[in-house]
Design a protein around this ligand. Sequence first.
Ligand SMILES: Nc1ncnc2c1ncn2[C@@H]1O[C@H](COP(=O)(O)OP(=O)(O)OP(=O)(O)O)[C@@H](O)[C@H]1O
Ligand SMILES: [Mg+2]
Ligand SMILES: [Zn+2]
Length: 261
Amino acid sequence: MEKSEKMISNASSECPLGLCDGSGVIFDSSGRNARPCDCIKILSKRNKLNFANVPEEFKELKVGEFETEIYAAEDNREAARSAKKWSIEYVKKFDIFSQDGKGLYFYSSEKGSGKTRLMISVGNALINMYGVSVRFITANDLLDNIRFSFNKSKEEGEKDTYEALMNDFKIIDVLMLDDVGAERPSDWVNEVFYSILNDRMTHKKVTLFTSNCDLESLPYNGRITDRIFKMALPVKMPEESVRRKIALTENEKYLKMIMEE
Ligand SMILES: Nc1ncnc2c1ncn2[C@@H]1O[C@H](COP(=O)(O)OP(=O)(O)OP(=O)(O)O)[C@@H](O)[C@H]1O
Ligand SMILES: [Mg+2]
Ligand SMILES: [Zn+2]
């Protein structure tokens, strides 16, 4: 939260409401009395959305835009409806879930079924409705970042030291951890995840996950999977690739275009 707040104060952009000079403060005609401009709320949300680090294609997505009838098989459509319903209820009752530090765990063994999309849509809604700070990262990138942080030392004035980075992942209100279980398992990987997740669990911080594995088959040690179990409600996703479907439609479009020339 601290980071996004800092970004507001030095925002040099124009006031989106056209009310202040972009500083977020409005002075009366005497120039002596100041009050906050309403744009602060908008800018705060915008900064939070930027800080969330969400991939471009998912930035503006809403849970309501998740299509449930796009899947070919009825049981997959049913799974999609149920996952969407869970996501909507979760956002609505976030106050209750977050008190217990409960997140969601979206999983399907099929790739491209909409896990990342639905998780990020939930994160977007949490920023917009509750103003929480959210951060998206794939499990692989998280580990890479931490690996690279080893040779950055505080003495050299580096910001992203190991301690600073670990702390960032521990304190963010909502962490969206994408594609867990895809990394090569090792003692070190277990250690990093244990440290972050245990801390988040203890402090009842919400974590959202996506994975190609159900909880039982995650390649982590039991101490970690037990914690994920405690921290998130499992949401079964359809076993069908929308990505492939979209690709096929695109390819057909190009094929048609070329054939017609
Ligand atoms: N239900 C849906 N409605 C509309 N678009 C969807 C839906 N599900 C997936 N898509 C689109 O399909 C593509 C793949 O979705 P996404 O990346 O969320 O899949 P995934 O399950 O996370 O895949 P992977 O297992 O490879 O990580 C994206 O472009 C996404 O926007
Ligand atoms: Mg994904
Ligand atoms: Zn303003």
